[in-house]
Design a protein around this ligand. Structure first.
Ligand code: GLN
Length: 252
């Protein structure tokens, strides 16, 4: 009989911050966790609401065009800024994609030259320029090659001391110049990878679940796999989805 472990997650503004399949990330978190006998409870956070970082293990926020970023901005700053800072300092896990990644930086200069002040959890800034950076992308994070799709006008520049999420192997990443992609502070990850990201990068999903379990239960995913007698997952769909990205053949 499996021991059911529980994790909780929040999805910030899923009705608005959700493009290029981003919603698939939180659904895949739930599916992947369930494969290990872990029940992931998801709470959708809407504009007027906030969340309690003490009762949250994983935070997700998807991307959004300039209009969506402007729509959520006041609520995001008013209701979520302090909660996110508290969660970051408590080593909680966050995955922020593209438009939300940009709002976790110092500022975003949008395509109409408006400066949108971010919440500075990443020491970086973004300026929108033409042409947009679009297409398939592959990056290296630790020993993992992560793949996805990017479409952004913003060019993000990391300050010296800011750790990137990965190194670009194919595609543009943060700015198409310095080969950095995304950013990482504690267990907060910002990335430009849409797609959706996690189903094509299941090993990174396991990595995030492992961090959340260590925070919550002081137990590693491997221990729970052993306790629950979980057989190795075949990842056939996920692996085929990666392989189907023709441009990246030879890289992955
Ligand atoms: N509006 C931002 C940009 O263009 C983010 C876009 C996105 O989330 N894909 O850079």
């Amino acid at each position: 009989m499996q021991n059911i472990f529980e994790l909780t997650a929040v999805d910030l503004y899923p009705e608005i911050m959700n493009i290029y399949g981003d919603r698939g990330n939180i659904l895949y978190f739930k599916y992947r966790a369930s494969m290990y006998g872990i029940e992931l409870k998801i709470e959708n956070i809407s504009l007027k609401n906030s969340f309690n970082p003490d009762c949250t293990d994983i935070i997700f926020m998807g991307g959004g065009q300039d209009a969506e970023q402007a729509l959520i901005y006041e609520y995001f700053i008013k209701n979520c800024k302090d909660m996110l800072k508290k969660a970051l300092n408590a080593n909680k896990v966050m995955l922020a994609v593209c438009g939300s990644y940009q709002l976790l930086c110092d500022y975003y200069k949008s395509s109409d030259n408006k400066i949108v002040k971010g919440i500075s959890l990443f020491n970086a800034y973004t300026e929108s320029k033409r042409p947009r950076l679009t297409g398939n992308i592959a990056i290296k994070f630790n020993d993992v090659i992560a793949v996805g799709f990017e479409n952004h006008g913003g060019r993000t520049y990391l300050e010296k001391k800011q750790e990137s999420f990965g190194t670009v192997l194919y595609g543009s990443g943060n700015n198409g110049d310095d080969k950095t992609e995304g950013a990482r502070t504690n267990n907060f990850f910002g990335t430009y990878l849409h797609g959706s990201f996690l189903p094509k990068n299941f090993m990174f999903c396991d990595y995030l679940i492992d961090i959340a379990l260590k925070n919550r239960y002081d137990m590693a995913l491997d221990e729970i796999i052993e306790i629950n007698g979980i057989k190795p997952i075949d990842n056939v769909f996920e692996t085929n989805a990666r392989r189907d990205i023709r441009e990246l053949r030879g890289i992955i």
